[in-house]
Ligand binder design. Structure first.
Ligand SMILES: Nc1ncnc2c1ncn2[C@@H]1O[C@H](COP(=O)(O)OP(=O)(O)O)[C@@H](O)[C@H]1O
Ligand SMILES: [Mg+2]
Length: 252
């Protein structure tokens, strides 16, 4: 059974068909690219997938479960986590706490235990700190655990966002232009990290990018969106040879 199965997904804003009859099937453990020029509808697909928008048509299935029209919280609990095109961190909080926020969709202790600071509270806190440090190590951020998130350089803030998304223990990780604003070295390093995350956590990852060259190196399969419609879809090598794709990306 596919990890993610989207069928006939559509949404319009006024007369604009932002996403029009979108179909995709992603298998467990895949590193899958959703690419296309700015305004193609990529972020709208994520917003539909995570319950920010309700589709006018179509069905979204996660491991066979119909999640169409469910709330963002329900979809997160079902195992979908995302990062945003514009960084959303708690900038006044330390790096470690930003990751720990991700754990709070899993109930670790009762509210009363938390308020009274009972022994269970301290035990769970210690476990959470340890788990958060483990995740930070993957992103080479463990030494900055106590730094305020807002004081990290831009590239590290981007990595911290992914670390926090991972803390929710997702089955499916959605990354919206994670390399936006990064320099070429940071971008190359990030791509290696994304590949590592997929291998290490056996994660299924759907990666949005507008720069095709960036994802073609790490994604096994791609969907190219253009004006809300699928322009090409399939194994990366085949998509890159598709005349429609070459025409759309000519000059880039
Ligand atoms: N909430 C909204 N209201 C009106 N138009 C929107 C809304 N969200 C997205 N759009 C439009 O849908 C199209 C696709 O946007 P988006 O999904 O953000 O593109 P991408 O992420 O591929 O750059 C754009 O023309 C955008 O202006
Ligand atoms: Mg976008």
């Amino acid at each position: 059974m596919a990890m993610l199965d989207i069928n006939g997904l559509s949404i319009s804003f006024g007369g604009l068909h932002a996403v029009d009859d979108f179909n995709v099937t992603i298998e467990e453990g895949q590193l899958y690219g959703l690419i296309g020029p700015n305004g193609a509808g990529k972020t709208t697909v994520f917003n539909l997938l995570t319950g920010v928008y309700k589709p006018t048509e179509g069905v979204i299935r996660l491991n066979g479960q119909d999640i169409t029209g469910k709330s963002t919280v329900e979809i997160n609990r079902a195992g979908v986590a995302r990062t945003f095109q514009n960084i959303r961190l708690f900038k006044e909080m330390p790096v470690l706490d930003n990751v720990k926020v991700g754990f709070h969709n899993q109930h670790q202790y009762s509210t009363l235990t938390g308020i009274l600071r009972l022994p269970k509270y301290w035990k769970v806190e210690a476990e959470m700190n340890e788990k958060a440090i483990e995740i930070l190590k993957v992103f080479d951020l463990d030494k900055e655990a106590n730094t305020l998130a807002g004081n990290l350089p831009y590239g590290k803030q981007r990595k911290l966002e992914i670390a926090r998304a991972l803390a929710t223990d997702p089955k499916l990780l959605l990354l919206d232009e994670p390399a936006a604003g990064m320099n070429p070295n940071e971008t190359e390093e990030l791509m290696q990290t994304i590949r590592f995350v997929r291998d290490h956590y056996k994660m299924t990852i759907l990666l949005i990018e507008h720069d095709m060259k960036l994802v073609s190196g790490i994604c096994e399969e791609l969907t190219v969106l253009n004006f809300g419609r699928v322009l090409a879809q399939g194994p990366t090598a085949e998509v890159l040879k598709d005349p429609a794709v070459i025409t759309a990306y000519l000059g880039e």
